[in-house]
Design a protein around this ligand. Structure first.
Ligand code: HXC
Length: 516
């Protein structure tokens, strides 16, 4: 009896030692920076009392005279979030600055292997000084072992990264492969090389924030899918995001109970499109009016805002939504918008999440800037993603669907299952302004400016009546029906219900060669 008591005490003491990470003083420093410790983060994220820790007693294998800390700077295990299993790792900045050595990497690999084996999402909380200097190449090897697992898990289990501190050097490539990066404001930054190296190589002087803060990655690079106000907000976001995702690629997102009537008619939708086709309107209002309870989670909201991507529900079932945004750059497809939508479509397709597309697009953005940045390749990514996707796909054209952008944005020709148009839809090879100049340029050649304006206005009207409507496309069966806007929610829900049994696949192959 005495013997077991003594042994239990040793266990408890060791657990307590592990829980103290790098010690009281460093925990205090972490708190003074306004940051939680690795374990505090897990406790705040998961369902109360659900966390089961792995490898609490693991330490580094003794390199030089390094201090030994139980858990070796990363806390790993499984837990439930909203009652569903997840795997977690949380880097502990209080132990060698959260830096990654051999055993640290082994712990992350082990929990990732576990997540893959049982088919559950993996959530990584990053707060690290990068490769552990004292462990030399062992750290670099450890990173590569993690990258390999990130790649193996891609499209098999959802991978979510929370960036809650530094994430620098090659370390950024693990979050880069994961599906969603959530950066907490003010405390997080990500870059391949820090400000000091930048200064040495390019003489450029930048701060951490300017180089790789949350605002930069949310607006310029697109690396951050979400920016959280603080850590607690980041955990709320992760919990919400998980409700839209299945556990793995063999499952579907579990439906939630829904008391928003499926036959909810929204009269406002009939009047949302301005009578002047050149005036903008806010596409997000349309989305909010049709999804369950107006609840929409935008992904990469501030990057390429000319296209909207995000999750909503219809009658309790998760749907990925892609929509051109006429209130930003007229909803044009440029390089960033094409990449943003393509990535989102591929995620939804990999994880059996049906896709709804709202189209109001004047075309691809012309000009040298776009061409030099590869609009040909980037636009092709978007069309590739739509064509490849086999999940149920419903498309609604609210207004403009011109040129190549008509083809690309979830058209019937790229395996759209149900393609609807509102009566305000304009489906044509190009907009009236451009078309009349091509068609009547010779006739208009020597006209006086006033006469010319009158001539083109009349021709534009004629063109609009003849081509800029949904009925030519409906005549060919490219549009399945022209629907009253106010009935859209009802029609979408019925459409997805009818598509529940959809079976579609691509030809067997190792993998396609998406234009990268
Ligand atoms: C070992 C490290 C460390 C590292 C920090 N520490 N980074 N120990 N290896 N890489 C330790 C510090 O010695 C210190 O220990 C504690 O962590 C906290 O660090 P501070 O510098 O006091 O904290 P702070 O001022 O907040 O600065 C954080 C920091 C800075 C910006 C992350 O520590 C830093 O610049 N670290 C080096 C970053 C770096 O260059 N890493 C290598 C990147 S290359 P004590 O004992 O005092 O608490 C890379 C290659 C990956 O990662 C390749 C993958 C393919």
């Amino acid at each position: 009896m005495e013997n077991i008591e003594a042994k239990l005490k040793i266990l408890k003491d060791m657990r307590q030692r592990a829980r103290m990470g790098g010690g009281e003083k460093r925990i205090e420093v972490q708190h003074d920076k306004g940051k939680y410790t690795a374990r505090e983060r897990i406790i705040r994220l998961v369902d109360e009392g659900s966390f089961e820790e792995f490898d609490m007693f693991m330490t580094h294998r003794g390199v030089g005279d390094m201090e030994e800390y139980l858990s070796d700077g990363v806390v790993t295990g499984h837990a439930t979030v909203n009652g569903r299993q997840v795997a977690i790792f949380s880097q502990d900045f209080t132990v060698f600055g959260g830096s990654l050595g051999e055993m640290f990497a082994k712990k992350i690999c082990k929990i990732m292997d576990y997540a893959l084996k049982v088919g559950i999402p993996v959530i990584g909380m990053n707060d690290s000084g990068g490769a552990r200097i004292q462990e030399g190449v062992l750290g670099l090897a450890g990173y590569a072992d993690i990258f390999l697992r990130n790649v193996s898990a891609s499209g098999v289990i959802p991978q979510i990264s929370a960036i809650l501190g530094p994430c620098a050097g090659g370390a950024v490539y693990s979050p880069a492969i994961t599906d969603f990066n959530i950066m907490a404001k003010d405390i997080s930054y990500m870059f391949v090389t820090g400000p000091k190296v930048v200064k040495t190589v390019t003489q450029e002087e930048v701060t951490n924030e300017q180089l790789g803060g949350s605002t930069i990655h949310a607006t310029k690079s697109g690396v951050a899918h979400f920016v959280a106000e603080n850590e607690d907000d980041a955990f709320d976001l992760i919990r919400k995001l998980l409700t839209f995702l299945p556990q793995n690629n063999m499952e579907e997102t579990p439906p939630v109970s829904c008391d928003d009537p499926i036959s909810r008619i929204e009269d406002d939708l009939n009047y949302i499109i301005p009578s002047d086709p050149n005036l903008p309107y806010d596409m997000s209002q349309i989305i909010e009016l049709v999804v369950d309870h107006g609840d929409f989670l935008a992904v990469r909201r501030r990057w390429a805002p000319n296209i909207i991507t995000g999750f909503g529900r219809f009658n309790g079932r998760a749907v990925g939504i892609i929509a051109n945004q006429p209130s930003h750059l007229a909803g044009v497809l440029d390089n960033k918008a094409s990449r943003k939508a393509a990535a989102f479509i591929r995620f939804c397709d990999a994880f059996n999440i049906p896709i709804l597309t709202f189209v109001d697009v004047p075309g691809f953005m012309p000009g040298t800037v776009q061409e030099y940045e590869g609009i040909i390749l980037n636009g092709a990514k978007l069309l590739y993603a739509y064509a490849e996707a086999t999940v149920p796909k419903i498309t609604i054209i609210t207004r403009k669907a011109y040129g190549g952008a008509y083809d690309v944005m979830g058209s019937k020709h790229l395996r759209g299952d149900l393609n609807y148009a509102w009566p305000s839809a304009e489906i044509a090879v190009m907009g009236p302004e451009g078309a009349v100049k091509v068609l009547y340029g010779r006739e208009a050649k020597n006209m006086e400016p006033e006469k010319l304006k009158e001539f083109y206005t009349a021709k534009e009207k004629e063109y609009r009546e003849k081509f800029a409507n949904p009925y030519d496309a409906a005549k060919m069966g490219y549009i399945d029906d022209v629907i009253e806007p106010r009935n859209s929610r009802f029609r979408i829900i019925r459409g997805f219900v009818s598509l529940v049994g959809k079976r579609d696949s691509n030809l067997p192959r190792k993998h396609g060669c998406i234009p990268l």
